[in-house]
Ligand binder design. Structure first.
Ligand code: HSE
Length: 324
């Protein structure tokens, strides 16, 4: 049994909690499963309450509450909570109320937000105070049901906020970097859905060394751009030679949307997570993110797709709204 179970009850203990969690964008081009950023566009709310029966209960609400699985092993919040309780040998009944406001199947970290909110909430509810990397690892496990494998590039920014680099998976080590204040995002969400599991299943198992080399150069320039506060350098790194060319085929209008974003002044543009949403990085001293978002929406429209478009800023991670 892990250490935290022995400590259970020694910290602050509450019986109910509400956590709000932001949408996220993952990959940013070459950073597959490694880069992620919290975006202040949509928020889920996860409420956890101890219940007398030693069972897991799930209530769904919100605009997209009917769009996500109710079965516990197919729901990222339930899967994460079950894994957490089992890992620490904790026998408690938990009711999860999940208010799903982040669009589902769009590449905006919807399943990651559910898992991240559930893990942050459970940790606080039980008064454990686990280290952040452990929270990220537990939440990443919850992603297995929607992605087919744990990945941390959505849950880490959902928990920590800002830009996050997953430096290691075994053990999980997530490193946060504050995005520059002039970095804004233009987001275009077309009216199609892509399953993350399917978008991962089509990826090549092996890739040419030359493509890996190009990706390392671009990924490194994203990190350097973040450290220097150079949005143009960040954007120029958002070109992926490995994953995006395969997934682009699932997104009608991909090339047009990308071109329109760059013409409107974006510094870089990429598929958000496994798509179909496209995300552009904008230096707000050079162009307006809302103009870029509009141009991207026109690109999708040219491809015959309706689209929701918006401008947003990077934001902080999961926050506890109340505990009682
Ligand atoms: N890194 C993950 C992927 C993110 O691209 O499959 C999924 O949102």
């Amino acid at each position: 049994m892990a250490t935290a179970a022995r400590d259970l009850g020694e910290g602050e203990h509450h019986s109910a909690i509400r956590v709000e969690v932001p949408s996220t964008t993952a990959n940013l081009g070459p950073g597959f499963d490694v880069f992620g950023m919290a975006i202040g566009a949509f928020w889920d709310a996860v409420e956890l309450e101890e219940c007398p029966k030693r069972s897991l209960e799930l209530e769904l609400s919100g605009k997209y509450g009917k769009s996500i699985p109710r079965k516990h092993d197919a729901n990222s919040a339930c899967l994460a909570v079950k894994h957490f309780l089992k890992k620490f040998g904790i026998e408690r009944g938990i009711r999860i109320r999940l208010e799903k406001n982040i669009p589902v199947g769009k590449g905006l970290g919807s399943s990651g937000a559910s898992a991240a909110g559930a893990i942050v909430g459970l940790d606080r509810l039980l008064g454990l105070g686990l280290p952040k990397d452990e929270l990220v690892a537990l939440a990443a496990f919850g992603e297995s049901c929607s992605a087919g494998a744990p990945h941390a590039d959505n849950v880490a920014p959902a928990i920590l906020g800002g830009f996050v680099l997953i430096q290691s998976y075994d053990p999980v080590r997530a490193i946060g970097i504050d995005p520059p204040p002039n970095l804004e995002l233009a987001i275009a969400i077309p009216d199609i859905e892509i399953s993350t599991k399917e978008a991962r299943a089509i990826l090549p198992a092996q890739v040419p060394l030359g493509e890996v080399a190009r990706n390392i150069g671009r990924a490194s320039s994203i990190i350097l751009g973040l450290l220097r506060g150079d949005v143009s350098l960040i954007g120029s790194g958002m070109v992926d030679a490995i994953v995006e060319p395969v997934r682009a085929k699932l997104i009608p209008g991909y090339d047009v949307v990308k071109r329109r974003a760059l013409e409107a002044g974006a510094c870089g543009v990429a598929i958000s997570g496994s798509g179909p949403t496209m995300v552009a990085v904008v230096d707000n001293r050079v162009a307006k993110a809302s103009d870029v978002a509009k141009a991207m929406a026109e690109g999708f429209s040219d491809a015959g797709l309706d689209c929701e478009s918006l401008a947003a800023r990077p934001c902080g991670g999961a926050k506890v709204v109340w505990m009682r």
